[in-house]
Design a protein around this ligand. Structure first.
Ligand code: 13P
Ligand code: SF4
Length: 350
């Protein structure tokens, strides 16, 4: 169930906009030339001729709508470099949703991200280009499951990874992301916490703190597929390659990596360390997106695609903006409780 019964904040009140012409004209080529410069190594010119008219149209209509496009680091490079106003990891996008003056947020990411934006900006119209862009973690746990955990472990704080529904966030004490999970666990001030639903993130966090971390049986279908043996094999083939992994990977995979961190921390690590060769053990679009900002680094690209993230395309973003479709609504009571959980996280001192 992706939407709830609260009244929408008025996608219907927006003016009608005609569907744009999508010809690849010299004007379109010129307007999109800067974006193409960043992606030309992975998008052939002939493909760009088909993508550029969408980019041009989206950038025009988002101004007319006073819309902002928030895009996760796993979006394809045409979206990431072509139309996104703000890019980042889950924490950066959540923070940005609290700051924007736009009337409309178009969330290029998965449903829980759009819901988080709506929770934090209830007065804004939040749109997602594909309502079915889900997440194996978010689908692994419900609010009722959290209530059961609370009964089983009275008094133990329950932390939810941001990759969960508003219902789950509403039942938990605080939210966390892969950028700040250790900090949030330690901020609880208890000997024991429950961190749901990612068993691997929880196991990776547990190794960095003295707090006992109980968890749940959820996992990310993208990161759980990497294996430690696979990483050892890569190193065997090339001893100089640096390997960096996302903490949603199993701990034995993280053990084989030179660094583990959220998608934003992975990007920062590459920029700071400028390795000659690097392998990003995460979703496939990451390497493409960061490559244009790190010209001296060569990327070795074993990766796993997230089928949910890949549901978001330029065509769907344009449809969403023209039709003001895909509005995300959250029940007001649920949103209020979930907001408290997310705001507790955002307000933690660094
Ligand atoms: P971060 O961008 O917060 O590291 O999250 C990764 C992820 O899998 C989001 O779905
Ligand atoms: Fe969910 Fe994993 Fe896809 Fe992120 S990469 S949206 S955690 S399934």
């Amino acid at each position: 169930m992706k939407t709830t019964n609260a009244s929408a904040t008025g996608a219907a009140r927006f003016e009608t906009i005609a569907y744009p012409d999508l010809a690849y004209t010299p004007e379109v080529a010129e307007a999109t030339a800067e974006a193409y410069e960043k992606v030309k190594d992975f998008i052939p010119a002939i493909e760009w001729a088909a993508l550029a008219p969408y980019i041009h149209a989206i950038n025009k209509i988002k101004k007319q709508r006073n819309a902002v496009i928030l895009a996760h680091n796993y979006m394809t490079p045409d979206i990431f470099h072509g139309v996104a106003d703000i890019v980042g990891d889950s924490l950066q996008l959540a923070k940005e949703a609290t700051k924007t003056d736009a009337d409309v947020i178009v969330q290029c990411g998965v449903h829980f991200m759009a819901e988080t934006s709506k929770i934090l900006s209830p007065e804004k119209t939040v749109l997602i280009p594909d309502m079915d862009a889900g997440c194996s973690l978010a689908e692994s746990i419900t609010g009722a499951d959290v209530r059961k955990l609370r009964e089983q472990h009275p008094g133990v704080p329950i932390i939810t990874y941001v990759n969960t529904s508003a219902d789950v966030k509403a039942e938990c004490d605080i939210c966390c992301t892969s950028s700040n999970a250790v900090q949030v666990v330690e901020a609880m001030g208890t000997d024991k916490v429950i961190l749901v639903p990612d068993q691997y993130l929880a196991a990776n966090v547990a190794r960095q703190t003295d707090v006992e971390v109980l968890t749940y049986a959820g996992s990310c279908e993208v990161h759980e597929r990497f294996t430690a043996q696979e990483l050892r094999d890569y190193r065997q083939i090339d001893k100089d390659v640096k390997i960096i992994a996302h903490p949603e990977c199993p701990p034995e995979v993280v053990d084989e990596a030179d660094f583990a961190g959220s998608t934003a921390h992975m990007i920062d690590w590459v920029k700071e360390n400028q390795p000659e060769k690097v392998m990003l053990i995460t979703e496939c679009s990451m390497a493409d997106n960061v490559a244009s900002e790190t010209p001296g680094v060569s990327y070795i690209r074993p990766c796993n695609l997230c089928p949910h993230m890949k549901r978001i395309t330029l065509q769907k973003i344009l449809d969403t903006l023209v039709n003001m479709s895909g509005e995300v609504v959250v029940d007001l009571d649920v949103a209020e409780k979930a907001r408290a959980s997310v705001e507790r996280m955002i307000n933690l001192k660094n």
